[in-house]
Write a protein that binds this ligand. Structure first.
Ligand code: 0O3
Ligand code: SF4
Length: 343
């Protein structure tokens, strides 16, 4: 957002009854899958030159998408918008096999930036479908990840859009059902959905390991701790970012008196700060840290310059680049082929 040069922020210093402070949640921001996907687009641009096409938003963040667009990425909805022979990157949220096939049929050179933890859920769907299970996929209708996972075995998947949808689910054989989930849901709400599913289907099988990923879980644990002490929680993240929106809900459900989501620091409203002493801050898994720094700067300008980090987990997971990008032009392994720490 535009700022007046030399002025720290546009918010006024409002009187609070006690000490003004910020509790900054950690972990927050980029997860390993997002880091890998964004770096994949950057590397593809470096290696092949602009334009590089990306199917859907590489991650659900307006700033990331705008930044990559400036560097020559072109975001499209479907592969039929891409010229034959061009490079196309599949987003971190994953794609259905039909999309991979459509890209191949069109002669596109695909780079798959699907997060490996999303791919893990795809594999579970394939395996349970092969074993003739009906898969109750907990997730949000229309979300790209859900479309990709369902697309692995459409005739075996039934979408469960949260706890209130459970009563309407119809299954073929109640003794052969398994639940899987989107990776970016609220852990607590998903456990409630599973509890209700199990009430209806006592033989419901569990996924072999958590589908809600480490990053989603860690960010929710951290904001829960912050929310208990916060008059206001601000989550940096975009409106279509499932994990970011969940952080707002989790904050509200766990003690924050108010919680709001913003894309940019300039969206903070003066009235949110009236009488507020403690502001909790976090960011979704698709959010670059620069946006959090801008928010902290803005809050400092309004008197909230005492920042305490509330850390509930260490994260050092990192993923190697998509296989299509692992070799450099000279045939060497790229430095990220065997990883680098996630930012
Ligand atoms: O899935 P979600 O809407 O939260 O997506 P984001 O905001 O791009 O975050 C990254 C998560 C992801 C790629 C799938 O797990
Ligand atoms: Fe992967 Fe989890 Fe990040 Fe999604 S939120 S991209 S599943 S690490």
């Amino acid at each position: 957002m535009p700022r007046v040069p030399g002025v720290r922020g546009r918010l006024k210093d409002t009187p609070a009854t006690g000490r003004k402070r910020v509790l900054l949640a950690a972990p927050r921001g980029y997860c390993a899958g997002v880091d890998r996907a964004v770096v994949a687009v950057e590397k593809a641009l470096e290696r092949y030159g602009a334009p590089v096409y990306v199917r859907k938003q590489i991650v659900h963040n307006v700033h990331v998408v705008a930044t990559l667009e400036k560097r020559g990425a072109i975001f499209v909805d479907e592969v039929d918008e891409v010229p034959t022979g061009a490079h196309i990157v599949f987003s971190a949220h994953g794609v259905a096999p039909s999309v991979v096939q459509a890209a191949a049929d069109r002669g596109l050179r695909a780079i798959d930036a699907t997060c490996p933890l999303v791919t893990k859920v795809h594999r579970e769907a394939v395996r349970f479908a092969r074993d003739d299970y009906e898969i109750l996929l907990i997730g949000h209708a229309g979300h790209e990840e859900v479309e990709g996972t369902s697309g692995e075995a459409p005739e075996h998947v039934t979408l469960v859009n949260g706890p209130d949808a459970v009563d309407d689910i119809v299954v073929r054989d109640p003794d052969r059902v398994v639940w899987l989930s989107q990776t970016t849901l609220s852990v607590d709400e998903t456990m409630e959905t599973v509890r209700r599913l199990r009430e209806r289907f006592p033989h419901l099988a569990d996924p072999p390991s958590d589908d809600i990923c480490y990053a989603t879980q860690n960010r929710q644990v951290a904001i829960k701790k912050v929310a208990k002490e916060a008059d206001l929680v601000i989550v940096v993240g975009s409106a279509n970012s499932s994990n970011s929106v969940r952080l707002v809900e989790v904050a509200r459900e766990n003690g924050a008196k108010a919680a709001h989501r913003i894309d940019y620091a300039g969206e903070v409203q003066q009235e949110w700060l009236e009488g507020v002493e403690t502001i909790g801050v976090t960011s979704g898994a698709s959010v670059p840290e620069v946006l959090v720094r801008e928010l902290l700067d803005e809050l400092a300008g309004a008197g909230y310059d005492d920042v305490e980090i509330v850390k509930t987990a260490e994260e050092d997971l990192m993923f190697s680049l998509p296989k299509e990008l692992r070799q450099t032009a000279s045939g060497k392994q790229d430095a990220r082929a065997i990883g680098g720490r996630s930012r």
